[in-house]
Design a protein around this ligand. Structure first.
Ligand code: IPM
Ligand code: MG
Length: 359
């Protein structure tokens, strides 16, 4: 198959980790007889520097016209003082909205080889950590009005959190359908004891539940969920939640699996053109030093093959290669532990490529 991939290397460690993911994709293409064409797209801080805009319109067009988008990371201290609507992160939000990818899927799964890297006690980890956070990605407070006014001699800032029934319904369906393909447990997370948007969320999710009688639905308040994720993560199969709660809970969930550097994500909407990115940031403190862990990005490329290109065998080949790499005892600094061998970003990519087999 021939696939056209838009590539956003971005800022900080972005170019390094994306470089390794592309080398992995090229190896898969070679083994399985595919052709992947790459189109570079500027987004984030580098686009601000080059074009004065974190996502120029023609860059978004390249993404929308591609078969899928692979993204490293954007942002950094250098752009901390630019106006809010010109920040590197705004480019990412405009990209998500422009591609209409409303459903963000973030797996929290512990690799057995990394169980000791989890900050949780062994008896909690041993019960298993394998759940998915389905995060609504293009609505809520991220996309409501943001403004700062002068009122009564002081500054007053406003951010609007708004959800329509249809926005809730389409993401809730993804939650139910994801659960249906797994252990059939869906936990809907909100703050319905305080927020109207959460009360509508809960009501809408329960209305839909009648269509999914095979899925066991539960509700959880977001503060309790934050606690339950560290107390008893084994209870979760699929969590469905709104944009900001999903942002926060997915960082927490990644940490209990050992390292945020290992976690990929997919974002999809109504078409197969998806956005694939690791969930970590641009880590400017280690940028350009060959220290970053490229696995989150490499596994995001595997998700792209699985969910957008319908290439499950090729995706398995990448995931198995990562597993073998871990079995062999190689570790980047973020997951290093005693008795293992420290490697850099480039070497990590190389070793994963050497473990890709056409099974
Ligand atoms: C994430 C990130 C982004 C978000 C930032 C960079 C805007 O934290 O993908 O989780 O908040 O969605
Ligand atoms: Mg985040």
């Amino acid at each position: 198959m021939v696939k056209n991939i838009a590539v956003i290397r971005g800022d900080g460690i972005g170019p390094e980790i994306v470089g390794e993911a592309i080398r992995v994709l090229d190896r898969v293409a070679e083994l399985y007889g595919h052709t992947f064409n790459y189109t570079d797209v500027d987004m984030g801080g580098c686009a601000i520097d080059k074009w004065g805009d974190p996502l120029p319109a023609e860059m978004l067009k390249k993404c929308v016209e591609s078969d899928s988008v692979l993204l490293g990371a954007v942002g950094g201290d250098k752009w901390n003082n630019v106006p809010g609507n010109m920040r590197p992160e705004k480019g990412l939000l405009r990209l998500r909205a422009g591609m209409e990818v409303y459903s963000n899927n973030r797996p929290a799964k512990i690799w057995p080889q990394l169980a000791e890297a989890s900050p949780l006690r062994k008896e909690i980890v041993d019960k298993g950590i394998d759940f998915i956070i389905v995060r609504e990605l293009i609505g809520g407070i991220y996309f409501g009005e943001h403004r700062t006014d002068e009122v009564g001699g002081e500054q007053v800032a406003t951010d609007v959190l708004k959800y329509s029934e249809s926005e809730i319904e389409r993401i809730a369906r993804i939650g139910f359908e994801t659960a249906r393909k797994r252990r059939k447990k869906l936990c809907s997370v909100e703050k319905s004891n305080v927020l109207d948007s959460s009360r509508l969320w809960k009501k809408t999710v329960h209305r839909l539940a009648e269509e999914y009688p095979d899925v066991e639905l539960s509700d959880m308040l977001v503060d309790n969920c934050a606690m339950q994720i560290v107390k008893n993560p084994a209870q979760f199969d699929v969590i469905v939640t709104e944009n900001m709660f999903g942002d926060i809970l997915s960082d927490e969930a990644s940490m209990i699996t050992g390292s945020i550097g290992m976690i990929p994500s997919s974002s999809l909407g109504a078409t197969s053109c998806g956005l694939y990115e690791p969930i970590h940031g641009s880590a400017p403190d280690i940028a350009g030093q060959d220290k970053a862990n490229p696995i989150g990005t490499i596994l995001s490329a595997a998700m792209m093959l699985r969910y957008s290109f319908d290439m499950p065998k090729e995706a398995d080949a990448i995931e198995n290669a990562v597993s073998r790499y871990l079995d062999e005892g190689w570790r980047t600094a973020d997951i290093m532990s005693e008795g293992k061998t420290l490697v850099g970003c480039r070497k990590c990519g190389e070793l994963i490529i050497s473990n890709i087999r056409k099974d």
